[in-house]
Write a protein that binds this ligand. Structure first.
Ligand code: NAD
Length: 419
């Protein structure tokens, strides 16, 4: 089949490569020239295991063609960003632009799938938008002659290629025919079950999954703040509570980041602010936890006149290079804005700082060794594998703050070798 994938980011590129591997002829469309250039040159940074090699192979065999423009296809997949703006409403402009760019090429019998996470009702709205632009694609009763469905992504960064195939999918069309058409397309390469429903349920399902995770993490984060107040180790406490056969508390940390969990719950809130008190409270608790950890790091620095901070990790979760909405980036930025103080960043998964941190004169990306040598306060913000056992490498004159804001003195004596 000819497939056109719009948006070649964290989701779209692995998806396009997977479709190409399954024998489809894929056109990968992106509005970013640098994304297209990197794909054409096979210069694909990132930590998605084997994605670089697969994408290079698909491009060189001609099965995946990078392009700045859409062309005719049997299936159009939209995987463009859906951020929230200041007012905490979904910005659908990328989805609208993508759909508009498809419109001149759409033909009766084609399938449009929105993979981007969207507010409830968006797939129907996009189908209507296409019909407005292409009234020739309406039946005499005004029904679209094309198929349109939503199939949300559930993949875990770091395991995307594997999970695109293995994880169950939810597919919901604007009508039963669209649902069946999309489900049969996905069944061609998904080994997990493909569950069928309508478009609105599929849209809400994705939003609820992420709101549920946000609420669970908020509970762990709230508990962790109480623990620190009472001198209790939150991780030990949660470990004990989870020995109960029906309790499963998640791991607390410095907040919640990434493109999904801190963003998608707002799509639900915006649709019904008065009926989403719990979802809003979870968001606020997770945002508060970031501020709280920042206050603890500042507290650790009180005794130093011009403190040097080492922030270990910027990514929003361990062992990925994704800095989007990362609490660690927010904390590092706020430490840089203190009157006195220097910030050393250690992030093994990037090779240079991006704005806003790159523009700050007191912020530098350094090696772990350099950071440990210079820092008065070491804050572990992301538990990357490179930082395992880091507490034992911190000198006795240095304070260590863990991802839950617990402050400890380092243990390594002067001159003692690092383990
Ligand atoms: N990253 C994840 O782990 C994840 C997981 C599940 C769902 N999602 C959802 O998938 C969608 C895409 O997320 P992502 O992380 O891949 O985003 P991304 O920012 O990594 O990539 C999006 C790409 O789309 C391109 N783009 C923007 N407008 C375009 C247009 N009109 N036509 C063609 N290309 C265009 C951008 O240049 C960019 O390269 C979002 O809705 C997100 O919420 C992401």
């Amino acid at each position: 089949m000819n497939v056109c994938v719009l948006g070649l980011g964290y989701i779209g590129l692995p998806f396009a490569a997977l479709l190409a591997r399954h024998g489809h002829s894929v056109r990968g469309v992106d509005t970013s020239e640098s994304v297209l250039r990197a794909l054409r040159l096979g210069n694909l940074p990132g930590l998605e295991p084997s994605l670089g090699a697969l994408a290079r192979e698909c491009v060189s065999s001609g099965r995946l063609v990078p392009s700045g423009s859409v062309s005719r296809a049997d299936v159009f997949i939209v995987a463009v960003p859906t951020p929230v703006r200041e007012v905490r409403k979904a910005d659908l402009s990328f989805v609208e632009q993508a759909v508009d760019s498809i419109s001149p090429f759409l033909e009766a019998g084609n399938l449009l799938v929105i993979e981007s996470t969207v507010p409830v009702g968006t797939t129907e709205k996009m189908a209507s938008r296409l019909l407005e632009k292409r009234p020739d694609l309406a039946s005499p009763e005004g029904r679209p002659l094309f198929f349109a469905a939503h199939c949300p992504e559930r993949v875990l960064p770091g395991k995307i290629l594997e999970e695109l195939v293995e994880v169950d999918r939810v597919v919901g069309g604007i009508d039963p025919e669209s649902t069946e058409k999309a489900a049969s397309f996905y069944r061609g390469f998904v080994r997990g079950a493909v569950h069928t429903t309508d478009a609105r349920t599929a849209e809400m399902c994705k939003l609820v999954e992420n709101a549920s995770r946000d609420a669970s993490i908020a509970f762990a984060n709230e508990i962790s703040m109480l623990c620190v107040k009472w001198g209790i180790d939150p991780e030990a406490l949660i470990g004990l509570a989870n020995r109960h056969p029906r309790v499963r508390i998640m791991e607390p940390g410095p907040g919640v980041g990434g493109h999904c969990i801190p963003v998608d719950p707002w799509f639900l809130v915006a649709s019904a602010p008065e009926d989403t008190a719990l979802i809003q409270a979870a968001r606020k608790t997770n945002e508060r936890k970031t501020e709280w950890v920042l206050e603890r790091i500042k507290k650790a620095a009180c005794r130093f006149e011009n403190p040097v901070f080492a922030c270990l990790g910027l990514a929003y979760k361990p062992n990925v290079n994704d800095l989007r909405e990362s609490p660690a980036v927010k904390i590092a930025g706020k430490l840089c804005s203190m009157k006195n103080g220097e910030v050393r960043i250690v992030e093994p998964n990037i090779d240079r700082l991006c704005p806003p941190l790159s523009a700050l004169p007191n912020c530098r990306l350094v090696s772990l060794e350099e950071a440990l040598k210079e820092a008065n306060v070491v804050a572990l913000l992301t538990r990357h594998r490179e930082f395992e056992g880091i507490e034992r490498r911190i000198s006795a004159e240095t304070l260590f703050v863990d991802p839950n804001g617990i402050i400890r003195a380092g243990t390594r004596k002067a001159g003692e070798a690092t383990p």
